[in-house]
Design a protein around this ligand. Structure first.
Ligand SMILES: Cc1ncc(COP(=O)(O)O)c(C=O)c1O
Length: 381
């Protein structure tokens, strides 16, 4: 037997309290018992999204479903939108928008640069009739953190333009002040900072986004926000919900409230910093730019001459530690350590120990123990 450690940016580990809650006997969804679960989920989600003004809707789907729901509910075919991106998931928003016939302008930054709010400002100045700005807050493929607060300041001046934020690996890892910053649509998925298995997605909808929804003519059925909001008024869902996942969500949200959102974000910042310091002490180079490194995932360049796929495979198969490889052009060239959700200090230490043992096996020249030492120092503070 080998003990396993899941260090990927989704799915992420699930606390035992949540696993046990999900294992309860099935209940029917048209009952007062389940209405209570719905209430707890919505109230808890509003807490972690830091919103009182927005509605938060829940769907039985993966994060991509939430992304598609944002496009079909906010726009009409032919609407102008700008998508700013620096990784695979931002590009997905461009693809979804094009699929539904929007007039898409892309601001593509490569995978190692942050989205520049000045570029969004320039786009909107030249296109004051634009209906949407779409950005990924925490780009999981590249580890880049975009400054959605600054982007929101730009979009605020355009009353008919909504800001849509993919915070699928942001919520529960970095600060997301939906109301205070003026984010119109924020999306997350259950298998990330919410510490659940995959299968649920949540979307917040601001009053401005509801106005966009009123004029939207794109086709929708399952993802029709209005249907979901109407059901939520009665603490229910329009279709059969993912009952067990929602019972688990009510429990994970209870744990999150107990820890407090500020403390959760601070814990993630600490773990991310320790991971970065540990890797750098090993002589490894961080992938994301210094001005935009998120708390959810740390991508690291594989040292010259080493096989990145082998590195990931040895960590998993020999040491039981699963980290993620690189995606698209960066497959085999970077590896990504996830630390979002149910993670603590010793997950980072364990991962760095496994990384060091793997690097020894691959013949990389470094001082064993130096990564752990640096991480420990960062954690002690
Ligand atoms: C930032 C981001 N956006 C979107 C997605 C897509 O979510 P899903 O795979 O749950 O459909 C992911 C998944 O990893 C993600 O990290």
């Amino acid at each position: 037997m080998r003990k396993k450690y899941l260090m990927t940016p989704g799915p992420t580990p699930v606390p035992s309290e949540v696993l046990l809650a999900q294992a309860r006997p099935m209940i029917h969804h048209r009952t007062p018992d389940f209405e209570q679960v719905v209430r707890e989920c919505v109230e808890g989600l509003k807490y972690v999204f830091q919103t009182e003004q927005s509605d938060v809707l829940l769907f039985a789907c993966s994060g991509t479903g939430a992304m598609e729901s944002a496009v079909v509910n906010c726009f009409c075919a032919g609407d102008k939108v700008v998508v700013g991106y620096n990784g695979k998931f931002g590009q997905r928003m461009e693809q979804i928008s094009k699929t539904y016939g929007l007039e898409v302008t892309k601001l593509e930054y490569g995978w190692q640069k942050v989205v520049d709010p000045a570029d969004i400002a320039a786009y909107l100045a030249a296109n004051p009739d634009a209906r949407g700005v779409i950005v990924t807050q925490s780009e999981t493929s590249s580890g880049v953190l975009n400054d959605v607060e600054a982007i929101a300041r730009v979009v605020k001046d355009y009353p008919d333009c909504v800001l849509i934020v993919d915070s699928i690996t942001g919520i529960g890892a970095v600060d997301v002040q939906t109301d205070a910053w003026g984010l119109d649509v924020v999306m997350t998925g259950s298998q990330k900072g919410l510490m659940l298995p995959p299968g649920l997605a949540a979307v917040s909808v601001s009053p401005k986004a509801w106005r966009a929804c009123e004029r939207s003519t794109l086709p929708k059925f399952y993802f029709d926000w209005k249907k979901h909001a109407k059901s939520l008024e009665k603490d229910t869902t329009p279709f059969t919900p993912a009952v067990s996942l929602m019972i688990g969500l009510a429990e994970s949200l209870r744990l999150m409230r107990e820890e407090g959102i500020e403390n959760i974000i601070a814990r993630h910042a600490r773990l991310a910093e320790a991971t970065r310091q540990g890797c750098e002490a090993l002589g490894l180079e961080l992938f994301a730019p210094a001005e935009g490194r998120g708390n959810a995932v740390t991508p690291v360049w594989v040292p010259e001459g080493l096989d990145g796929k082998k590195l990931v495979s040895i960590m998993k198969n020999r040491h039981g530690v699963t980290v993620a490889g690189g995606q698209d052009d960066y497959a085999g060239r970077i590896f990504r350590v996830g630390h979002l959700g149910y993670f603590g200090d010793f997950d980072i230490i364990t991962t760095l120990a496994a990384l060091e043992m793997t690097l020894v096996e691959l013949g990389y020249d470094f001082e064993p123990g130096s990564g752990i030492k640096a991480a420990e120092k960062a954690l002690i503070g």
